[in-house]
Write a protein that binds this ligand. Structure first.
Ligand SMILES: Cc1ncc(COP(=O)(O)O)c(C=O)c1O
Length: 472
């Protein structure tokens, strides 16, 4: 018998690699034994007594109500296809074709896909960029207000809070501004599901008064991968339409394992989890202090607050800059895996990102510190690429939904001039698209992309010197 995927997983498990990545339960460390033992038995379906996610009036409804109470929202809807489905459903519930929606230029793919699905017209807002650390940070609230003042017919605003690295824009001001202009605010809080459970973490956008908030529980809490919650938090949204939208993007056979794991994660946080979280916050602060004593590496945090639209940060997200070691993030990530049996969440050119959650303890955190100590002795000299400057945003000739329906052709740089892009062209870092589908590729942009590409800067959306354009 051949089971390549299962074999690969078991092989990985055998190595006992220490996870500083999601899911937050860290391979089941905080899940009750009885729950794990019964997983196969509770993989059930909509038999009498077990309710129906798409029209709940029994235990699913009760579990959702308990979740709303615990997270502080008006209504909670369980998601079994991650925040991705929640973002689609939120956008589909409030946007009609040709409606304008204000989105951040560095949004997660699901927001861009939401624009395509709803056939809405995006108005892009560039994030503030920390070029030194190569990270797209927060929202300039004054700029947000300017755009809303100009674009009066925008229907909704979608923001990401916090960013992947745990840095937070001024969500209270954002809520005020968006509501002042009578718009609906959807917050992609995929990385902030733990915020409602501690006063030592940034404020959740639920508490700040956003209309819809989508959180991935699997990222920073203890439920299984793909589990999220969409929180409805105001009466500006048509609930029936939201329920219909949810039914479009969720399976008609939602997994009881996944749904129950949301229920279990909520219960855990209300009982032991809150206390654990405070311990973990203290551990994270300790790690941060220890890292800052090491040569050549440092943990980003307080130094970012007050800059780039950032007013707060999540201490449990350890963004460790390895730039001064003269190595690139992926090399540091490989080193930790090979030499120390530690896997971090991700790396970019200048940083590695390690997450500590309620599934971690002092012993593990000390292993991370040992690994980082070894790493800090591993100096090299890499010449980093030049900083990416953002030319002004290109003109949108087709909406993204029109562009993705066109036939795509790949053309060399020189032939791309004047064409309409069929894809995203995104340099890393900071991962903000220079061009989005439907935008005109002007001559200056082609030149700029060519320069980046020739300098060896990673630019997603270019393959073998070719750009994807729409055949018109
Ligand atoms: C900012 C952001 N939003 C949304 C998502 C989608 O979340 P999920 O994986 O729960 O579908 C992600 C996933 O990585 C993300 O980073």
């Amino acid at each position: 018998m051949s089971t390549p995927l299962y074999d690969a997983l078991m092989e990985y498990v055998k190595k006992e690699t220490v996870p500083f990545h999601m899911p937050g339960h860290k391979q089941g460390r905080v899940l009750p034994k009885e729950y794990i033992e019964n997983l196969a038995k509770i993989d059930l379906t909509e038999v009498p007594g077990l309710d129906n996610l798409h029209n709940p009036d029994g235990p699913i409804l009760e579990a959702q109500e308990l979740a709303a109470k615990a997270f502080g929202s008006k209504q909670a809807f369980f998601l079994v296809n991650g925040s991705t489905a929640g973002i689609y459903a939120a956008m589909y519930a409030v946007l009609n074709p040709t409606d304008k929606v204000l989105v951040m230029r560095n949004s997660h793919k699901s927001v861009y896909n939401g624009v395509v699905l709803t056939q809405s017209i995006p108005v892009y807002l560039l994030p503030e960029i920390d070029y030194e650390n190569g990270i797209a940070m927060g929202i300039d609230v004054e700029r947000l207000e300017e755009v809303l003042q100009k674009e009066r017919d925008v229907k909704a605003v979608v923001v990401t809070y916090p960013n992947y690295y745990g840095f937070c824009s001024d969500i209270e001001k954002i809520v005020d501004i968006v509501h002042k202009y009578g718009k609906i605010l959807i917050v992609d809080e995929a990385h902030g599901a733990h915020f409602p459970f501690s006063n030592n973490l940034p404020k959740s956008s639920i508490k700040a008064g956003a209309d819809i908030v989508v959180q991935s529980l699997h990222k920073t809490l203890t439920s299984f991968t793909q589990t999220s919650i969409l929180h409805l938090n105001s009466d500006r949204v048509d609930v029936d339409r939201l329920k219909y939208s949810l039914s479009l993007f969720q399976s008609t056979s939602p997994s009881y394992i996944l749904m129950s794991s949301i229920d279990m994660a909520r219960e855990y946080m209300e009982k032991e989890g809150k206390k654990r979280l405070e311990e973990v916050i203290q551990l994270a602060l300790y790690v941060r202090r220890e890292i800052d004593k090491m040569e050549g590496i440092r943990c980003l945090g307080e130094d970012i607050v007050g800059r780039y639209g950032i007013v707060d940060f999540d201490v449990t997200k350890l963004t460790i800059s390895v730039k001064n070691l003269g190595i690139e993030g992926p090399e540091a990530e490989d080193f930790l895996r090979r030499e120390c049996n530690i896997q971090v969440e991700m790396s970019d050119v200048y940083n590695i990102l390690a997450m500590v959650t309620v599934g971690d303890d002092e012993k593990r955190v000390k292993m991370l510190l040992e690994g980082l100590k070894k790493l800090s002795k591993n100096r090299k000299r890499v010449k980093f690429g030049d900083r990416i400057l953002f030319p002004s945003l290109p003109e949108m000739e087709l909406t993204p939904s029109e562009a993705v329906r066109k036939k795509k052709v790949r053309v060399p740089f020189e032939k791309a001039e004047g064409a309409i892009s069929a894809d995203f062209v995104t340099p890393y870092p900071p991962g903000v698209p220079l061009i989005c589908p439907g935008e005109r590729i002007e001559k200056d942009m082609v030149k700029y992309i060519e320069v980046l590409y020739n300098k060896g800067i990673k630019v997603l959306g270019i393959q073998d010197n070719l750009l994807s354009v729409c055949e018109i």
